[in-house]
Design a protein around this ligand. Sequence first.
Ligand SMILES: [Zn+2]
Length: 620
Amino acid sequence: MQIPGSWPQKALGWGLGVCSVEQAPQTGLVHVEGQQKKKMPPRAAHSEGTETERPEGSFKDTCEHWPASGRGRIWWLDPELTYGNAKPFVFTQGHSVCNRSFFPCFDTPAVKCTYSAVVKAPSGVQVLMSATQSTYVEEEGVYRFHMEHPVPAYLVALVAGDLQPADIGPRSRVWAEPCLLPTATSKLSGAVEQWLSAAERLYGPYMWGRYDIVFLPPSFPIVAMENPCLTFIISSILESDEFLVIDVIHEVAHSWFGNAVTNATWEEMWLSEGLATYAQRRITTETYGAAFTCLETAFRLDALHRQMKLLGEDSPVSKLQVKLEPGVNPSHLMNLFTYEKGYCFVYYLSQLCGDPQRFDDFLRAYVEKYKFTSVVAQDLLDSFLSFFPELKEQSVDCRAGLEFERWLNATGPPLAEPDLSQGSSLTRPVEALFQLWTAEPLDQAAASASAIDISKWRTFQTALFLDRLLDGSPLPQEVVMRLSKCYSSLLDSMNAEIRIRWLQIVVRNDYYPDLHRVRRFLESQMSRMYTIPLYEDLCTGALKSFALEVFYQTQGRLHPNLRRTIQQILSQGLGPGAEPSAEQGGAGADSEVDPEAPALLLGDDAPGAAISLRDVNVSA
Ligand SMILES: [Zn+2]
């Protein structure tokens, strides 16, 4: 058995990695067996209106080793890369095609299986998986997991480390390192049950039993992953309350859209992401009101248009149905269009039926019909027209300019966008303040702007305001100087989602008096989402030597994969100004580049492939 380069020899003594599985007791780590329960007709079969039943059968196999040379998407973290610095940590990230390096599987979302796993771990190491059942025999140090519902391979997930639980609701608990547990608990206690209940009222019963959340160290390469029964989320987001809320609600929504009903092909990821984003916003509307939901939507659509500018209106990745070329990692086709153009299409469908509640009823029926299977877009659209025969009669799918086919296959912005006027009480002040800072003469406008207290604003308002300034950068030096005088200290005391935006403004405007804040931020942030955008901006501008200096001081505390990506940025100086290619178009649930990943999965491990949703300042 070979171990990853980043995994010290001593870690072998930790013991996770030796499992008493029957076929390969010396080398096995995880024993996975599955039963192919469900079938997904290929698209061609659909067009004929028939379903192709694949023979039911089972497979049983044993992982005889972790992936050769540690390649693949199993992330081994030395203790220094955790918060507690006490024990090593390991997690998997299967989305989208990485679990083939974890266990033998049909690594396609079209195939769903139940699974069982046996994991042996030393005392004191908690192992969790995305499963409905788990048992632990302490004397043997053996965990047994079983997922009773069929899931696609990418939703099989494992995490192990110094994790402790705390209940936050009748069917939910958080798992986190001990030093993080009180914060995680206080931020989510009671809330998750409220969101689950709201989702159940809208879309029917929650079908996965428990909804637990595990907080991962900053090395977790994405923000959150909707693993069934056990959402994975990065700890770095804990301080940014509103982002935490949205990210968790989004993953809750995936329980219905994505996990229960799954896109059968990676070319239609919008089916999961667009519907989950729509459901997430129905949940936030029910729970926090329309104004907040419209603000969050405006913030994201603003980012969508920013990404459009970066990619160009004719970019093939701005289609909902993207073309997956051989050898391309499907995750690299994910971008804000997958989420927000997908959302706009679903919202448009809801408008066609004239009443969001009737549309909720439709989605509930859709989930009931297709749960635990994988679908193509035509399934959704056929179901929609069957549920609303009056719309079918009116041929709404063929309305000039708004044809369903055009929604799916045209490049460019959404054909229609939602009415966000209910959020104007929150978005109007942002617009007004931005106008003041870009008005002439500056003296008068800046004085008026300075009189506006933004300290009580919602995070999404401040983030939207800063994104607008970032869009306009470089700004006149006089404006940057006054902005700094007015906001720098205040923003420095706010959460990381706000701080990074302000610091990007500092960097893009070469504003040296605030550079010490950039240094302090990079010294304290070890996650990809908060380091890569700043390094890219630093290297695009005149501050590359500053970036190098900070990197050499902090690199020892970065995960080797992140270290390598930053090294590539430093050596090539690629930044947001670079022309993004299709592969660079951004990513969502799997936006990182692991330079160790096999070429099969990632033939595109240039630093440009690391361009993520962060380029447009959103997480997903
Ligand atoms: Zn999602």
